[in-house]
Design a protein around this ligand. Structure first.
Ligand code: ATP
Length: 135
């Protein structure tokens, strides 16, 4: 049996994950990284993307995370994310609606369009739909 570390995924709204994991794979801003028990301590920012881990029963779990920070300690990984949802908690209809709204805004070319904000909303929606469809 692989030795386990403790994984916490926290957002400003809630604790999303708090359980033991065999391995955690996260979208670090310097590239995807994996952490097993005993990993050297480090701190990194995170990109938007998929956080994967194997739970204590060896079952693979997936989450969407919207950027943030990871602190890796030898026996614990803490993820502080802007927002995060477990794959099965992603509301695909909501994400489709968010995608539609963002596309509509981007299509208007309005003078007061906040391009960065609209593009970020579109990326979140597309990524949520992608993670929800992953096996
Ligand atoms: P929306 O426009 O639908 O609110 P958003 O990308 O602006 O989407 P966020 O600001 O990233 O939303 O997240 C706000 C809160 O709503 C967070 O708690 C996040 O986990 C949750 N959330 C957003 N979209 C979804 C979704 N499709 N399914 C489940 N939870 C979601």
């Amino acid at each position: 049996m692989a030795e386990k570390l403790f994984l916490e995924v926290v957002t400003p709204q809630k604790a999303v994950v708090s359980e033991e994991a065999e391995i955690v794979v996260a979208p670090g801003s310097e590239g995807e990284f994996g952490a097993l028990k005993g990993h050297t301590t480090f701190l990194t920012s995170l990109n938007m993307g998929t956080l994967r881990y194997k739970d204590a029963n060896g079952k693979e779990r997936l989450l969407f995370i919207n950027g943030g920070f990871a602190e890796v300690l030898p026996n614990k990984v803490t993820i502080l994310a802007e927002s995060a949802e477990r794959r099965q908690d992603i509301d695909v209809n909501r994400a489709q609606e968010a995608k539609g709204r963002a596309e509509q805004r981007l299509g208007t070319k309005a003078a007061n369009l906040d391009l960065v904000r609209a593009e970020a909303a579109l990326r979140r929606a597309i990524d949520r739909i992608r993670v929800a469809g992953m096996k």
